[in-house]
Design a protein around this ligand. Sequence first.
Ligand code: KIV
Length: 279
Amino acid sequence: MNQRITVQEIIAKKKSGEKITVLTAYDYSGALLIDKAGIDIVLVGDSLANVVLGLDSTLEVGMAEMIHHAKAVNRGVKRALVVGDMPYEAYQIDVFKAVENAKRFVDEAGCDAIKLEWFDQCLEVAEMVVAQGIPVMGHVGLTPQTAEKLGGFKVQGKDAESAKKIIDNAKALEAKGCFCVVLECVPFALAEIITKELSIPTIGIGAGVYCDGQVLVTNDLLGLFDRYVPKFVKKYADLSEATLKAITQFRDEVKARKFPDVEHSYSMSIDEINRIKEA
Ligand code: KIV
């Protein structure tokens, strides 16, 4: 059994100044590649809803789907720390379900930690889960599970008052024992303040360069999902284009009887063929 990166090692990276890399994964083959590339944290994100399951909102994904995909990801990861993203139904409907569901991510799926998005009772939930010895990654700023209450999918904390709330929320999560906090869609100057004020790492997504680490949705980075591409996404590849090209070539070659060719077929001896024909 290979040793995975620990929560303590993630926290130590903030002190040493080494940036922390985080990517989402939803299946075994994706997880294998992300782990092979040396990414520090693999997040089984509830963005599963949008980029894999074709649902409109992360609110539509539940524990059953998350655990199913988290198991596949954990089969592929040897080195990275794996975080299971708690879907809305796991903790925001009934906070007393949170511990049970967090334990499922660890015991059933093999995750090392869980992630919680900020909501009214987030601190109670974080405290209960941490008390069970399960490491918690917080998530403040734009929190997709409660985006409606925040005025939709837009940059958060642009005025001093709302920025102060985000700072307070991040600090409160640290006080409850979270090992790091995701800052989503906030101005880089605000992320810089939060990063300086916390002793745990900040992981930015649309939060600028001053965060201790960065996370992206892997399907966005690979150019595999273009239904909605936020400004903060950098496409490092265009796999939609490459995939479409390969599939179209397969279709054309099958229609033209070019595939499968001899190289991709199995042969047998003439003698055996004759024996079949004689029988
Ligand atoms: O679900 C997800 O992919 C996330 C990241 C965007 C942080 O929460």
